[in-house]
Design a protein around this ligand. Structure first.
Ligand code: FAD
Length: 405
């Protein structure tokens, strides 16, 4: 069926290379990586990599693995156009790659405040290792860091900066943290933990009116009061990278729309990972997920599709985040209307550790855990197998949760 061209060497692209190589198809694969480094693990960038000066980048695989599998790497080169009629992709370097099947794994891009100039010396976003290196260097000599946004990445950066001994302020416009992704109870626990660690965390703030000093942001107005800025990191979310797809006329709606086999509106073009919008099988909702789990599992589905097997995407969504000493783990999806569900708390083995079990009627739909990895694993298994123990039994700390699985 001709070459398989994968655009994007992030988690999804790397996982797809692994699955295709395992199926003996490596020699057909071309991987186009805009970043000039081998595919690497992104989650440490806001965690260990940021707070530890000599922490190294973790590549998914060594360079000779790709060569050994016959995979052709196009590193430091970006795809700039897809010609669906000619079935080829044009690269920035001028090269043209013919494809039998094409896979878009272009991920997402950090959002930037629209009214802030793009290249200020003391303003950062964090998406790539290049961003992380730049930020780590500047963080080293800074006394105070302002983080815009109380989402996962903003809070991880705040916790890492605090662990490195910096004074940290987090500004969140919503009345609570992590509003899109966790329950109010978990958000409150996270808030109190960060405040107890010394982070100045403010909710419901309006940020505006920037003042500049040459190429630096000098201050911003917080609720109308001017505050100086030494270093500002924006953690205000990410947008799907679907420029190539929309220019090629593929259906995009907050992400490249795919079916359960990861096929776009052109069945010879697949898409996987952060850049994709799909109908999630547990909730039936149209979703775009930004997680390593989603990237890896969609890559597996795509590998099956490319081999002519129909294995619809049905993975349970799960996610983790590390913020200071807290390890947060989430599995399943909460009801969009919190009033629809009921939450029960199961205490963990150690003080301050717990899991929140979310039920809709008698059905367990989602579990959130704070530093309770064993309970979380057991709960994930319950969700995956569709088992729903009665809440009182599931919350009895005398009975291991795995006994209900
Ligand atoms: P990406 O990994 O973003 O890869 C996309 C790649 O495509 C990029 O290298 C990009 O440069 C490249 N690309 C884009 N356009 C082109 C083009 N035209 N040509 C060539 N290449 C192109 N998830 C978790 O589950 N847990 C965590 O703790 C966690 N922490 C995170 C911390 C940080 C700092 C970040 C940024 C993300 C974190 N995530 C975490 C999210 C997770 O990393 C992503 O969901 C995952 O990387 C998605 O994989 P992907 O392959 O879809 O996209």
């Amino acid at each position: 069926a001709g070459p398989i061209v994968i655009i994007g060497g992030g988690h999804a692209g790397a996982a797809l290379c692994g699955a295709l190589a395992a199926a003996g198809l490596g020699a057909q694969v071309h991987l186009v990586c805009e970043e000039a480094v081998l595919p690497y693990h992104r989650p440490p960038l806001s965690k260990a990599f940021l707070k530890t000066p000599d922490e190294k980048l973790q590549p998914h695989r060594a360079e000779d693995w790709y060569a050994h599998q016959g995979i052709t790497l196009h590193g430091g080169d970006a795809a700039v156009a897809i010609d669906r009629a000619q079935r080829h992709v044009r690269l920035q370097s001028g090269q043209t790659l013919s494809y039998g099947r094409l896979v878009l794994a272009t991920g997402s891009r950090a959002r930037h405040l629209p009214h802030l100039p793009a290249s200020l010396a003391n303003v950062f976003t964090l998406r790539s290792v290049a961003d992380a290196q730049r930020l780590r260097e500047r963080l080293h000599s800074a006394q105070h860091v302002t983080v815009l946004g109380g989402g996962f990445i903003g809070l991880e950066i705040a916790a890492s900066a605090r662990a490195a001994g910096k004074a940290v302020t987090v500004l969140e416009s919503a009345p609570r943290l992590l509003a899109r992704s966790v329950s109010p109870e978990l958000a409150e626990h996270v808030l109190q933990t960060h405040r107890a660690s010394g982070i100045d965390l403010r909710l419901g703030v309006a940020v505006g009116e920037f003042e500049f000093d040459g190429d630096r942001l000098a201050s911003l107005a917080v609720n109308g009061r001017r505050e100086p800025v030494e270093l500002l990191v924006m953690g205000i979310g990410a947008a799907p990278e679907h420029t190539l797809a929309s220019e090629a006329g593929l259906l995009c709606e907050n992400g490249i729309v795919v079916d359960a086999l990861m096929r776009t509106s052109d069945p010879d073009i697949l898409a996987i990972g952060d850049c994709v919008a799909f109908d999630e099988s547990y909730s039936g909702r149209r979703l775009r997920l930004e997680s390593v789990q989603n990237a890896n599992d969609q890559a597996r589905t795509a590998a099956a599709t490319l081999q002519g097997r129909e294995e619809p995407y049905r993975a349970l969504p799960w996610f983790w985040s590390e913020q200071g000493a807290m390890r947060l783990q989430m599995a399943g999806l909460m009801p969009t209307d919190p009033a629809e569900g009921k939450r029960y708390r199961r205490d963990g083995a150690n003080a301050g550790t717990f899991s929140l079990l979310h039920y809709v009627g008698e059905r367990l739909v989602c579990v959130e855990s704070v530093s309770a990895p064993l309970d979380h694993m057991a709960a994930r298994k319950l969700l995956e197998t569709g088992k729903s123990p009665a809440p009182e039994a599931a919350c009895d700390p005398a009975v291991p949760l795995k006994n209900h699985a």
